[in-house]
Write a protein that binds this ligand. Structure first.
Ligand SMILES: Nc1nc(=O)c2c([nH]1)NC[C@@H]1CN(c3ccc(C(=O)N[C@@H](CCC(=O)O)C(=O)O)cc3)CN21
Ligand SMILES: CC(C)C(=O)C(=O)O
Ligand SMILES: [Mg+2]
Length: 260
């Protein structure tokens, strides 16, 4: 049965966490969907892992729609959620509706994710939800604020932890169907998970969350550097380099192609 935002919203305190992975094109989406993940995120990290930008800020809405369309063509089971890129939702609620609306109209995605927990963002989540657009929240380390936060762990002081907990509660009350907790201490993520009526999805937030998310380029060992919380399950760079060099050798030694 295909996963919907409602399926996910009800996935709370289950014995087994659900899994979300990122995808940025059709082949990757097919692989992770057929492997059995519950959610596929067209994450704006694609700016870095697929397009080579230094951070997620340059990505445009048109680029995101182009990648989302490709991802959706490869997915049969998983719920597809798309990150709204930097400055495609922060300017006004009207801008957020326009951007989220284009994602849902121009791809088959069923939800959008937006970063932050300020009163403005909470109001935007409430408005999008009221007009029928499922929204996933994202607090803790929010990479679109890299020039303010860097990529450091968030919520280390008592005051910061309290602020993140309050943001999480406000986002849930605004109607978000799930919430990403990025790079915060495990006890804080456990406390938020306990208190929220909606599922939490951790990345660098410990094992108590209702779901876990990873950037697929990190899982596959394709990234040049790994965040401290990520784990590569295959050395993709080395494995693909070896295959490429074997091909180069075969051509140079006339072992490839075969003479049919
Ligand atoms: N491939 C990839 N994986 C990710 O998880 C990811 C992205 N890209 N792009 C957007 C953000 C950036 N992320 C990152 C990147 C680096 C650190 C990291 O190295 N943190 C160090 C300190 C860095 C600092 O002080 O500036 C740490 O010890 O927390 C953490 C999260 C997570 N997100
Ligand atoms: C890491 C996840 C949560 C994300 O926002 C992304 O990949 O862009
Ligand atoms: Mg993102």
């Amino acid at each position: 049965m295909p996963v919907t935002p409602q399926t996910l919203r009800n996935w709370k305190h289950q014995p087994q966490p659900f899994v979300m992975l990122t995808a940025w094109d059709w082949a990757i989406a097919q692989i992770v969907d057929q492997a059995g993940v519950e959610v596929i995120l067209v994450g704006d990290s694609l700016a870095m892992v697929a397009l080579g930008y230094a951070n997620t800020l340059p990505l445009t809405l048109d680029q995101m729609i182009h990648h989302s369309q490709a991802v959706c063509r490869g997915v049969k089971q998983a719920l597809v959620v798309v990150d709204l890129p930097f400055l495609t939702y922060q300017e006004s609620i009207a801008q957020a509706i326009h951007s989220a609306g284009r994602i849902l109209k121009e791809s088959q995605a069923q939800g959008v994710k937006i970063e932050g927990g300020s009163p403005e963002i909470v109001e935007t989540i409430a408005k999008l939800t009221r007009i029928g657009i499922p929204v996933m929240g994202h607090v803790g380390l929010t990479p679109q604020s890299v020039h303010q936060l860097g990529y450091k762990q968030q919520g280390k002081t008592e005051a910061e932890a309290e602020r993140i907990l309050k943001e999480a509660i406000a986002i849930a009350e605004a109607g978000a169907f799930a919430l990403v907790l990025e790079h915060i201490p495990a006890p804080l993520a456990a406390q938020i998970t306990e208190k929220l009526p909606i599922p939490t999805i951790g990345i660098g937030a410990g094992s108590a969350c209702d779901g876990q998310v990873l950037v697929t380029a990190d899982l596959w060992g394709l990234s040049e550097t790994l965040p401290p919380f990520a784990k590569a399950y295959i050395n993709g760079r080395a494995t693909l380099t070896e295959a490429t060099q074997a091909f180069i050798q075969d051509v140079k030694s006339r072992q490839f192609p075969p003479n049919l």
